[in-house]
Design a protein around this ligand. Structure first.
Ligand SMILES: *Cc1c(COP(=O)(O)O)cnc(C)c1O
Length: 413
């Protein structure tokens, strides 16, 4: 007899889903395939020689620290480097070590925030489309969502205000806990929240006594335009928690995420993390810390930024060439990050269209994946960072054929 596992799964366990993106991207393994699906950085950008050298050193010479259990909060040497980096990048000052904790990627921070604040009576505010990692992390704790459409300059604040005032009127505002925002170069939508909307978000959060979770993995990957003050800087650590990660600017294999917040908030995260994993790996913390001491991350990133900027231009030009004559198609010219969000005319369902794309061997992530509630979407996420230039052009050309074929068959064009 085999054990009846299904019958034993907890309520939270029943709510977990495996990432649809992973399923979809299995098709992209074919060698003739062109995939715009992956949301991962180009491995050639990882500073492997530098990291290899430091890794040897910290294992041989600092083994008392690197191979031992560490504190839950993580490496104090890395904390000092992060404090410097936050000041240089964004002019954030006034924080000390107790305002920081490291997690196993930002994903763990999302999970711990879900665990601490959400249950079946709670709500959190997510945008539409939203980051899949956040949807999954929050949904597993049985949370409910206030879904707010994303515009070209961030969330539609009229809708947000209307929905929150509804909760207030019905005496349910205390059940709404926080607003989750990807402020720079949104994944998947590519948009950056404007300074005006950042300020307004803080005001709304204060009015309804919510906190804001600002997730900023891409802030350092800006290809054009000016840096915008983080919501964290505008609202301060009592109102906003800032999530950051080395996944997109150094190497995701390090699995180093970071939370900056009020000391009280960080203490709560420390407690939640203790029961999850005791501590994060000291070895990757110290590796990153010594790397940041020895090399200037922002300088080191320049060739990576150059590379992605070029690929982004290649994709934008290809879209211009192959899509500008199809009425009703639009795309977001994101100023940074890894993605372009392409929206087809009304009636298109990029999930259904995926079957057509499979035949032409071009892959994208259907917009439906980023919907909080499972609904059809005319949009798709295109990542430009992995395919070589000529494949980007070829892939966009194939995508045009897919769109025309599907559109004609469904009488949409
Ligand atoms: C890539 C990404 C992350 C990073 O996740 P890690 O767990 O740190 O690798 C977090 N948030 C968003 C919006 C992302 O796109």
């Amino acid at each position: 007899m085999v054990v009846n596992l299904e019958g034993k799964i907890s309520k939270i366990g029943q709510n977990m889903k495996s990432s649809i993106i992973r399923e979809i991207l299995k098709f992209a393994a074919d060698k003739d395939a062109i995939s715009f699906g992956g949301g991962v950085p180009d491995p050639e950008t990882f500073p492997r020689k530098e990291l290899a050298e430091i890794a040897k050193e910290i294992i041989e010479k600092e083994y008392h620290y690197t191979l031992q259990y560490s504190t839950t909060e993580g490496d104090p040497v890395l904390k000092q480097q992060i404090l410097k980096l936050l000041e240089r990048m964004y002019g954030i000052t006034g924080l000390d070590e107790d305002n920081l904790i490291f997690t196993v990627g930002s994903q763990q921070a999302l999970d711990l925030i879900g665990k601490l604040f959400l249950d079946d009576e709670s709500y959190c505010v997510l945008d539409d489309p939203a980051y899949l990692g956040a949807i999954n992390a929050f949904r597993q704790y049985l949370a409910n969502f206030v879904v707010v459409p994303l515009e070209d300059d961030g969330m539609d604040l009229n809708v947000l205000e209307r929905k929150l005032s509804e909760f207030d009127k019905n005496g349910k505002i205390k059940q709404v806990k926080f607003i989750y925002v990807v402020s720079n170069f949104h994944n998947p939508a590519g948009v950056t929240t404007s300074l005006e909307k950042r300020k307004a978000l803080v005001e709304i959060a204060e009015k309804y006594d919510l906190f804001i979770v600002e997730d900023d993995p891409y802030g350092a990957l800006r290809y054009e335009g000016e840096t915008v003050d983080p919501i964290f800087k505008i609202g301060g650590p009592e109102r906003v928690v800032l999530l950051n990660t080395f996944s997109k600017v150094l190497a995701p294999g390090l699995r180093i995420g970071m939370v900056a917040g009020s000391k009280e908030f960080i203490r709560k995260i420390v407690q939640a993390k203790q029961s999850a994993d005791l501590c994060s790996p000291a070895i990757t913390h110290r590796l990153a810390a010594r790397y940041l001491e020895r090399y200037d991350l922002l300088e080191q990133l320049k060739p990576t930024i150059e590379l992605y900027r070029r690929k982004r231009t290649v994709m934008l030009n290809a879209l211009e060439e192959y899509f500008s004559d199809i009425p009703g198609v639009k795309w977001v010219k994101s100023e940074g990050g890894l993605f372009i969000w392409l929206t087809l005319p009304e009636g298109f369902d990029t999930w259904e269209m995926f079957e057509y794309a499979k035949r032409k061997k071009v892959f994208y992530v259907p917009g439906r994946v980023f919907k909080v509630y499972d609904e059809p979407s005319p949009s798709m996420r295109l990542s430009f960072c992995l395919p070589p230039d000529e494949k980007i052009v070829e892939g966009i050309k194939r995508l045009r054929e897919v769109v025309l074929e599907y559109g004609k068959e469904k009488h949409l064009l």
